[in-house]
Design a protein around this ligand. Structure first.
Ligand code: MG
Length: 211
């Protein structure tokens, strides 16, 4: 299902790396998730957050979106995905939090989305809430991608959803760590794959433990 208005317009105007078909697939998958608590890892400027938030609004869920908001490696100066307009003159660092806040304001999602500005390593130590939906789209280095899976996937309830972005089985198409995370998730039997749209994979939690 496509994103309804006004979310579609806000998402389109928000910077990010989520193609329209993958955003629609993420939104459609989230509409099948149970209400309760949903967690997004890797917010950037909030394009995917608007997709998930729109579904959370429709389902009566609460969404937490987690990011340190200073950009991944590929967003830093000199890298392919750097956007100089996002540099904060106070810190001289990338700063995506204001863009997210503007997107949530424009989408009317402030009461549905809780913004958590921290690294995943900070949050991993204290996060204890079960989640009905987990979207992994944070730092794509092997170390952090595996960390984020290990830290948060065990909190996905049986029957809950795990979505992973930037999954490229062919190394010619992109980096490998998200693909390795999907292989780990399905290989352990803890998740079964339900849907593939571009580089987006949607998995569902079984009763098997996350390893
Ligand atoms: Mg991504």
């Amino acid at each position: 299902m496509s994103l309804p208005s006004p979310y579609a317009e806000v998402a389109a105007a928000t910077k990010g790396f989520l193609p329209v078909d993958e955003g629609d697939a993420l939104h459609a998958a989230a509409l099948t998730a149970e209400p309760g608590l949903w967690l997004e890892v890797g917010t950037y400027c909030g394009k995917s957050t608007v997709h998930l938030g729109a579904a959370a609004r429709a389902r009566g869920a609460q969404l937490v979106t987690l990011d340190h908001h200073r950009g991944s490696e590929e967003n830093q100066p000199g890298w392919e995905w750097h956007d100089a307009s996002l540099v904060d003159p106070h810190t001289s660092r990338l700063e995506t939090l204001p863009s997210l806040r503007h997107a949530l304001w424009d989408a009317g999602l402030d009461d549905v989305v809780s913004v958590l500005a921290a690294t995943t390593q900070q949050v991993a130590g204290w996060w204890a809430s079960p989640v009905q939906l987990l979207f992994l789209d944070g730092n794509h280095t092997e170390e952090v991608a595996q960390h984020d899976y290990a830290a948060f996937a065990p909190h996905v309830v049986e029957g809950g959803l795990l979505a992973v972005h930037d999954v490229f089985p062919d190394p010619a198409d992109g980096g490998r760590p998200p693909w390795h995370v999907v292989q780990r998730a399905t290989g352990s039997g803890a998740f079964v794959e339900e849907r593939v749209t571009g580089s987006l994979r949607v998995l569902r939690r079984t009763g098997a433990p996350v390893t």
